[in-house]
Design a protein around this ligand. Structure first.
Ligand SMILES: NC(=O)C1=CN([C@@H]2O[C@H](COP(=O)(O)OP(=O)(O)OC[C@H]3O[C@@H](n4cnc5c(N)ncnc54)[C@H](O)[C@@H]3O)[C@@H](O)[C@H]2O)C=CC1
Ligand SMILES: O=C(O)C(=O)[C@H](O)COP(=O)(O)O
Length: 376
């Protein structure tokens, strides 16, 4: 069996080697010839999976994407060929939620204000939006959720319309799939008109797909509205973001919000489970056995941290400033965006750090935030 696999997928050898020959490829530039005799194709978000790529791949038994998003996959085409497809819903949701939470703490620190007391609007309340909401609620932040599809499906949480969210939120964080069709398409959901209605001093974060914001309009609006502060992990036209947009952004990263070690590992592992089910073979390997141990040193805290101390704790896990600095330098190189993603040193999730409360009580919220705890 020949498995064509994106070279940026960790743990492929231990999970798939028993099935046959693994051919690791640069997913951005994968061509039809390389997949022509493949039995299995495992991709990430940078590979367009469509008829152009697969028309000659007659042996294909399975396509998997180790991602949450599926906008790069022509699922109707795969269905028309009866090729089973799986993605990895939720695999890196914790990573995205923690990234957005940390970014908000960083913004508060940079502008000498407090995250505490602000209202955060979350557009899209699925896996990543809910992961962010959990962090925010653990820290006592008021959230507004907009998700017309979940509202219609009977989700019991309280939802508001997008207009209400934008009118009421000091911070807006985007967590929707990229869609062009249906009742609630998200392509340019934040167009010029919508961007202009953001509250004075609003912070806008995009960790989902670049094209959910009209980036050209964002440049125009930002010129008129310097009060708006931006965090962008995703960009229209990746891997070539509009270079004039980058200096307007407070924290800029190359689509790595979901790049925790755990998140990437879960993505590969979910495809392993899906493929084994299709091949009718036991999926007897363990994800926990693949991952490195949690950090074995624990951090003692004597009292509930204030916001500055919380930011320090978060920076211990992930210092967003480092990636932002690297990104701005890397962009000078034409392949910088993808190079930085390829060589990214995956961060751990909050749960990798064990906190111990040596002083008193009142720190339970840190375990709700995601940290592992001893006596919290
Ligand atoms: N920056 C990164 O590294 C990552 C980006 N993503 C992106 O984030 C997207 C969301 O991920 P998840 O939360 O896990 O997906 P999900 O499918 O669990 O949740 C998305 C939610 O958005 C809602 N939605 C759809 N259209 C909407 C609209 N017009 N307005 C409001 N809500 C709408 C859906 O009902 C759904 O509940 C993915 O599709 C992917 O494109 C995901 C993981 C990592
Ligand atoms: O899961 C998703 O959806 C994502 O956006 C991924 O985290 C993006 O990572 P790559 O698949 O491009 O490595």
């Amino acid at each position: 069996m020949k498995l064509v696999v994106d070279e940026n997928m960790p743990y492929v050898q231990p999970l798939f080697a028993e099935l046959g020959e693994i051919v690791a490829v640069d997913g951005r530039h994968l061509d039809a010839a390389t997949v022509a005799d493949a039995d299995v194709l495992l991709v990430r978000s940078v590979t367009k999976v469509n008829e152009t790529l697969l028309a000659g791949a007659h042996k294909l038994k399975f396509v998997g994407s180790a991602t949450i998003g599926t906008d790069h996959v022509d699922k109707a085409y795969l269905a028309s060929r009866n090729i089973p497809f799986s993605n990895a819903p939720g695999c890196n949701a914790t990573a995205v939620g923690e990234y957005a939470f940390i970014a908000m703490l960083e913004l508060a620190n940079r502008f000498d204000t407090q995250l505490k007391g602000k209202t955060v609007g979350i557009v899209g309340a699925g896996n990543t939006g809910s992961a962010l909401a959990r962090c925010l609620e653990a820290y006592g932040i008021n959230t507004l959720l907009c998700d017309p599809l979940l509202a219609k499906a009977g989700d019991s949480r309280r939802f508001v319309s997008l207009d209400e969210l934008v009118a009421g939120a000091d911070i807006v964080s985007l967590h929707v799939p990229l869609t062009r069709d249906g009742e609630h398409p998200t392509w340019y959901l934040f167009d010029e008109q919508r961007l202009e209605t953001l509250k004075p001093g609003c912070w806008l974060l995009n960790c989902c797909r670049g094209e959910v914001i009209d980036n050209r309009a964002l440049i125009r609006v930002k010129a008129k509205r310097p009060d708006i502060k931006l965090v962008l992990d995703v960009w229209q036209g990746e891997p070539n973001p509009m270079l004039e947009l980058v200096p307007l952004v407070e924290f800029a990263t190359p689509h790595i919000a979901g790049y925790s070690l755990e998140g990437k590992a879960r993505g590969t592992f979910m495809l392993y489970q899906a493929l084994m089910a299709i091949l009718n073979r036991p999926a007897d390997k363990s994800l926990v056995a693949l991952l490195p141990e949690r950090w074995n040193s624990r951090l003692d805290i004597s009292s509930s941290p204030d916001e500055k101390a919380l930011l320090s704790l978060c920076r211990f896990i992930y210092d967003l400033r480092d990636d932002d600095e690297k990104f701005r330098k890397m962009l000078k190189n034409p392949t910088g965006f993808d190079d930085m993603r390829k060589n990214h040193r995956h961060r751990r999730e909050f749960s990798a750090l064990t906190l111990s409360n040596v002083g008193g009580s009142g720190v339970d919220w840190l375990s709700h935030l995601g940290f592992s705890g001893v006596g919290l």
